[in-house]
Ligand binder design. Sequence first.
Ligand SMILES: Nc1ncnc2c1ncn2[C@@H]1O[C@H](COP(=O)(O)OP(=O)(O)OP(=O)(O)O)[C@@H](O)[C@H]1O
Length: 269
Amino acid sequence: MPARDVVTEPDDHAAVPDPSAALSLRGLTRSFGSTLAVAQVSLDVPAGSFYGVVGPNGAGKTTMLSMATGLLRPDRGTVTVHGVDVWSDPRRAKPQIGVLPDGMRLFDRLTGAQLIAYAGELRGLDRATARSRTDDLLGALGLAEAADQLVVDYSAGMTKKVALASALVHAPRVLVLDEPFESVDPVSAAGIRGLLTRFVETGGTVVVSSHVMDLVERMCDHVAVVARGVVVAAGTIDAVRGEGSLEERFVDLVGGATTTEDLAWLQSS
Ligand SMILES: Nc1ncnc2c1ncn2[C@@H]1O[C@H](COP(=O)(O)OP(=O)(O)OP(=O)(O)O)[C@@H](O)[C@H]1O
Protein backbone atom coordinates (compact mmCIF):
# COMPACT_ATOMS: atom_id res chain seq x y z
CA MET A 1 0.00 0.00 0.00
CA PRO A 2 1.42 3.43 -0.81
CA ALA A 3 2.85 5.52 2.01
CA ARG A 4 0.16 8.19 1.72
CA ASP A 5 -2.43 5.67 2.96
CA VAL A 6 -0.52 4.99 6.15
CA VAL A 7 -2.46 6.14 9.16
CA THR A 8 -0.31 8.16 11.52
CA GLU A 9 -0.78 10.43 14.43
CA PRO A 10 -1.23 14.04 13.28
CA ASP A 11 2.25 15.42 12.71
CA ASP A 12 1.21 18.98 13.50
CA HIS A 13 1.03 18.37 17.24
CA ALA A 14 4.55 19.75 17.43
CA ALA A 15 5.89 20.31 20.89
CA VAL A 16 2.74 20.68 22.98
CA PRO A 17 1.58 17.51 24.77
CA ASP A 18 -2.13 16.74 24.89
CA PRO A 19 -3.21 17.03 28.55
CA SER A 20 -6.37 15.01 27.89
CA ALA A 21 -4.34 11.99 26.75
CA ALA A 22 -3.36 9.29 29.23
CA LEU A 23 0.14 9.37 27.75
CA SER A 24 1.38 12.07 25.42
CA LEU A 25 4.82 11.79 23.81
CA ARG A 26 6.39 14.70 21.94
CA GLY A 27 9.60 14.51 19.97
CA LEU A 28 11.03 11.68 22.06
CA THR A 29 14.54 10.89 20.91
CA ARG A 30 17.25 8.60 22.25
CA SER A 31 20.55 7.35 20.87
CA PHE A 32 22.95 4.72 22.15
CA GLY A 33 26.34 5.70 20.76
CA SER A 34 25.84 5.91 17.01
CA THR A 35 22.54 3.98 17.11
CA LEU A 36 19.49 6.22 16.90
CA ALA A 37 17.05 3.96 18.78
CA VAL A 38 14.07 6.36 18.89
CA ALA A 39 13.80 9.37 16.60
CA GLN A 40 11.39 12.23 17.26
CA VAL A 41 8.44 10.08 18.29
CA SER A 42 5.17 11.87 19.00
CA LEU A 43 2.16 9.83 20.04
CA ASP A 44 -1.04 10.28 22.01
CA VAL A 45 -2.57 7.39 23.92
CA PRO A 46 -6.23 8.30 24.56
CA ALA A 47 -7.47 7.91 28.13
CA GLY A 48 -9.43 4.68 28.49
CA SER A 49 -7.82 2.99 25.50
CA PHE A 50 -6.21 -0.43 25.22
CA TYR A 51 -3.20 0.53 23.14
CA GLY A 52 -0.89 -1.97 21.40
CA VAL A 53 2.67 -1.17 20.34
CA VAL A 54 4.09 -3.49 17.71
CA GLY A 55 7.28 -3.52 15.70
CA PRO A 56 10.10 -5.79 14.59
CA ASN A 57 13.03 -6.72 16.86
CA GLY A 58 15.21 -3.70 17.53
CA ALA A 59 12.55 -1.23 16.33
CA GLY A 60 12.78 0.90 19.47
CA LYS A 61 9.66 -0.19 21.39
CA THR A 62 11.38 -0.89 24.70
CA THR A 63 13.44 2.29 24.45
CA MET A 64 10.30 4.34 23.72
CA LEU A 65 8.27 2.80 26.54
CA SER A 66 11.18 3.12 29.00
CA MET A 67 11.39 6.85 28.26
CA ALA A 68 7.61 7.17 28.49
CA THR A 69 7.54 5.67 31.97
CA GLY A 70 10.47 7.52 33.51
CA LEU A 71 12.93 4.62 33.41
CA LEU A 72 15.25 5.93 30.69
CA ARG A 73 16.07 9.60 30.25
CA PRO A 74 15.37 10.87 26.72
CA ASP A 75 18.01 12.86 24.86
CA ARG A 76 15.17 15.14 23.78
CA GLY A 77 11.41 15.35 23.98
CA THR A 78 8.69 15.34 26.60
CA VAL A 79 6.24 12.85 28.07
CA THR A 80 3.14 13.62 30.08
CA VAL A 81 0.83 11.24 31.89
CA HIS A 82 -2.65 12.72 32.28
CA GLY A 83 -1.05 16.13 31.76
CA VAL A 84 1.79 15.72 34.30
CA ASP A 85 5.36 15.80 32.99
CA VAL A 86 7.02 12.47 33.74
CA TRP A 87 10.55 13.85 33.76
CA SER A 88 10.11 17.26 35.41
CA ASP A 89 7.44 16.24 37.93
CA PRO A 90 8.06 12.54 38.65
CA ARG A 91 6.59 12.67 42.15
CA ARG A 92 3.16 13.47 40.74
CA ALA A 93 3.51 11.49 37.53
CA LYS A 94 4.87 8.16 38.72
CA PRO A 95 2.07 7.20 41.12
CA GLN A 96 -0.24 7.31 38.10
CA ILE A 97 1.82 4.77 36.17
CA GLY A 98 2.25 1.02 36.63
CA VAL A 99 5.15 -0.43 34.65
CA LEU A 100 6.10 -3.93 33.64
CA PRO A 101 9.50 -3.37 32.04
CA ASP A 102 11.09 -5.89 29.71
CA GLY A 103 13.73 -8.02 31.41
CA MET A 104 13.48 -6.12 34.63
CA ARG A 105 15.53 -7.18 37.61
CA LEU A 106 13.42 -7.95 40.64
CA PHE A 107 14.36 -8.26 44.29
CA ASP A 108 14.24 -12.00 43.80
CA ARG A 109 15.40 -12.97 47.29
CA LEU A 110 11.97 -11.90 48.52
CA THR A 111 8.97 -14.18 48.36
CA GLY A 112 6.27 -13.34 45.82
CA ALA A 113 4.03 -11.97 48.57
CA GLN A 114 6.83 -9.87 50.07
CA LEU A 115 7.78 -8.46 46.68
CA ILE A 116 4.26 -7.29 45.80
CA ALA A 117 3.63 -5.84 49.28
CA TYR A 118 7.00 -4.07 49.15
CA ALA A 119 6.13 -2.54 45.76
CA GLY A 120 2.86 -1.30 47.28
CA GLU A 121 4.57 0.25 50.30
CA LEU A 122 7.17 1.92 48.05
CA ARG A 123 4.22 3.56 46.28
CA GLY A 124 2.86 4.86 49.57
CA LEU A 125 0.29 2.25 50.57
CA ASP A 126 -0.03 1.49 54.28
CA ARG A 127 1.08 -2.01 55.25
CA ALA A 128 -2.42 -3.45 55.80
CA THR A 129 -3.67 -2.23 52.43
CA ALA A 130 -0.53 -3.45 50.66
CA ARG A 131 -0.96 -6.90 52.21
CA SER A 132 -4.63 -7.24 51.45
CA ARG A 133 -4.12 -6.12 47.83
CA THR A 134 -1.20 -8.55 47.58
CA ASP A 135 -3.48 -11.43 48.57
CA ASP A 136 -6.07 -10.33 46.01
CA LEU A 137 -3.48 -10.12 43.23
CA LEU A 138 -1.82 -13.43 44.09
CA GLY A 139 -5.26 -15.07 43.87
CA ALA A 140 -6.25 -13.34 40.64
CA LEU A 141 -2.97 -14.30 38.95
CA GLY A 142 -2.94 -17.91 40.14
CA LEU A 143 0.08 -17.43 42.38
CA ALA A 144 -1.54 -18.03 45.77
CA GLU A 145 0.21 -21.36 46.28
CA ALA A 146 3.59 -19.82 45.42
CA ALA A 147 3.07 -16.78 47.65
CA ASP A 148 5.76 -17.84 50.13
CA GLN A 149 8.24 -19.14 47.57
CA LEU A 150 11.30 -17.02 46.75
CA VAL A 151 10.96 -15.20 43.43
CA VAL A 152 14.38 -16.49 42.38
CA ASP A 153 12.81 -19.96 42.31
CA TYR A 154 9.85 -18.88 40.16
CA SER A 155 9.52 -19.99 36.53
CA ALA A 156 9.75 -17.32 33.80
CA GLY A 157 5.96 -17.09 33.53
CA MET A 158 5.49 -16.86 37.30
CA THR A 159 8.12 -14.11 37.42
CA LYS A 160 6.25 -12.20 34.74
CA LYS A 161 3.03 -12.51 36.74
CA VAL A 162 4.56 -11.36 40.02
CA ALA A 163 6.09 -8.37 38.21
CA LEU A 164 2.67 -7.57 36.77
CA ALA A 165 1.14 -7.75 40.25
CA SER A 166 3.83 -5.34 41.49
CA ALA A 167 2.87 -2.92 38.71
CA LEU A 168 -0.82 -3.10 39.66
CA VAL A 169 -0.72 -2.98 43.45
CA HIS A 170 -0.88 0.82 43.81
CA ALA A 171 -3.90 1.01 41.44
CA PRO A 172 -2.31 3.22 38.75
CA ARG A 173 -4.37 5.01 36.10
CA VAL A 174 -2.08 3.95 33.26
CA LEU A 175 -0.44 0.55 32.86
CA VAL A 176 2.54 0.20 30.53
CA LEU A 177 3.44 -3.42 29.91
CA ASP A 178 6.39 -4.56 27.80
CA GLU A 179 5.69 -8.08 26.48
CA PRO A 180 3.36 -9.11 29.33
CA PHE A 181 2.44 -12.45 27.75
CA GLU A 182 5.94 -13.69 27.00
CA SER A 183 6.51 -17.08 28.72
CA VAL A 184 2.98 -17.05 30.17
CA ASP A 185 0.86 -20.19 29.67
CA PRO A 186 -2.45 -19.88 27.76
CA VAL A 187 -4.68 -20.18 30.83
CA SER A 188 -2.72 -17.54 32.73
CA ALA A 189 -2.65 -15.35 29.61
CA ALA A 190 -6.43 -15.50 29.40
CA GLY A 191 -6.61 -14.52 33.08
CA ILE A 192 -4.27 -11.56 32.51
CA ARG A 193 -6.26 -10.47 29.45
CA GLY A 194 -9.44 -10.54 31.53
CA LEU A 195 -7.81 -8.51 34.28
CA LEU A 196 -6.53 -5.90 31.80
CA THR A 197 -9.86 -5.69 29.98
CA ARG A 198 -11.58 -5.05 33.29
CA PHE A 199 -8.98 -2.42 34.15
CA VAL A 200 -9.81 -0.58 30.91
CA GLU A 201 -13.57 -1.00 31.38
CA THR A 202 -13.31 0.66 34.77
CA GLY A 203 -11.53 3.72 33.39
CA GLY A 204 -7.86 2.72 33.24
CA THR A 205 -5.57 2.87 30.22
CA VAL A 206 -3.31 0.02 29.09
CA VAL A 207 -0.32 0.25 26.77
CA VAL A 208 1.07 -3.12 25.81
CA SER A 209 3.93 -4.08 23.51
CA SER A 210 3.72 -7.45 21.85
CA HIS A 211 4.97 -9.40 18.87
CA VAL A 212 1.74 -11.39 18.68
CA MET A 213 -0.35 -9.55 16.10
CA ASP A 214 -3.38 -11.73 16.56
CA LEU A 215 -3.42 -10.95 20.28
CA VAL A 216 -3.07 -7.21 19.72
CA GLU A 217 -5.83 -7.31 17.11
CA ARG A 218 -8.23 -9.11 19.46
CA MET A 219 -7.35 -7.30 22.66
CA CYS A 220 -6.51 -3.70 21.78
CA ASP A 221 -8.61 -0.88 20.33
CA HIS A 222 -5.61 1.20 19.17
CA VAL A 223 -2.19 0.30 17.82
CA ALA A 224 1.08 2.00 16.92
CA VAL A 225 3.50 0.34 14.53
CA VAL A 226 7.12 1.23 15.29
CA ALA A 227 9.96 0.58 12.85
CA ARG A 228 13.54 1.88 12.81
CA GLY A 229 12.85 4.19 15.74
CA VAL A 230 9.81 5.97 14.33
CA VAL A 231 6.05 5.46 14.46
CA VAL A 232 5.07 4.45 10.93
CA ALA A 233 1.35 4.07 11.65
CA ALA A 234 -0.92 4.74 14.60
CA GLY A 235 -4.62 4.95 15.28
CA THR A 236 -7.55 2.66 15.90
CA ILE A 237 -6.99 -0.99 15.00
CA ASP A 238 -9.57 -0.69 12.21
CA ALA A 239 -7.91 2.38 10.73
CA VAL A 240 -4.41 0.89 10.82
CA ARG A 241 -5.24 -2.57 9.45
CA GLY A 242 -7.58 -1.31 6.74
CA GLU A 243 -9.02 -4.13 4.64
CA GLY A 244 -6.63 -6.90 5.66
CA SER A 245 -5.38 -8.32 8.94
CA LEU A 246 -3.06 -6.43 11.26
CA GLU A 247 -0.32 -8.94 10.47
CA GLU A 248 -0.63 -8.28 6.73
CA ARG A 249 -0.55 -4.56 7.36
CA PHE A 250 2.45 -4.94 9.64
CA VAL A 251 4.44 -6.85 7.00
CA ASP A 252 3.33 -4.30 4.43
CA LEU A 253 4.56 -1.40 6.57
CA VAL A 254 7.68 -2.94 8.01
CA GLY A 255 8.71 -5.18 5.12
CA GLY A 256 12.01 -6.98 5.43
CA ALA A 257 10.94 -10.54 4.58
CA THR A 258 14.02 -12.74 4.86
CA THR A 259 15.21 -15.47 2.54
CA THR A 260 16.35 -18.93 3.59
CA GLU A 261 18.00 -19.81 0.27
CA ASP A 262 21.46 -19.34 1.76
CA LEU A 263 20.69 -22.03 4.31
CA ALA A 264 20.54 -24.90 1.83
CA TRP A 265 23.27 -26.59 3.89
CA LEU A 266 20.77 -26.93 6.75
CA GLN A 267 18.57 -29.49 5.01
CA SER A 268 18.91 -32.92 6.57
CA SER A 269 18.99 -35.00 3.38
N1 LIG B 1 21.27 -0.14 26.47
C1 LIG B 1 21.51 -0.15 25.16
N2 LIG B 1 22.76 0.04 24.69
C2 LIG B 1 23.01 0.07 23.37
N3 LIG B 1 22.07 -0.08 22.41
C3 LIG B 1 20.82 -0.28 22.81
C4 LIG B 1 20.46 -0.32 24.19
N4 LIG B 1 19.12 -0.51 24.29
C5 LIG B 1 18.66 -0.59 23.03
N5 LIG B 1 19.66 -0.45 22.15
C6 LIG B 1 19.54 -0.46 20.67
O1 LIG B 1 18.46 0.38 20.34
C7 LIG B 1 17.68 -0.18 19.30
C8 LIG B 1 16.23 -0.35 19.77
O2 LIG B 1 16.20 -1.36 20.77
P1 LIG B 1 14.89 -1.69 21.60
O3 LIG B 1 15.27 -2.67 22.67
O4 LIG B 1 14.23 -0.44 22.02
O5 LIG B 1 13.99 -2.40 20.48
P2 LIG B 1 12.65 -3.27 20.61
O6 LIG B 1 11.73 -2.77 19.55
O7 LIG B 1 12.15 -3.24 22.00
O8 LIG B 1 13.18 -4.72 20.22
P3 LIG B 1 12.64 -6.20 20.62
O9 LIG B 1 11.34 -6.39 19.92
O10 LIG B 1 13.70 -7.09 20.05
O11 LIG B 1 12.54 -6.27 22.11
C9 LIG B 1 18.37 -1.48 18.90
O12 LIG B 1 19.22 -1.20 17.80
C10 LIG B 1 19.18 -1.83 20.12
O13 LIG B 1 20.35 -2.55 19.76
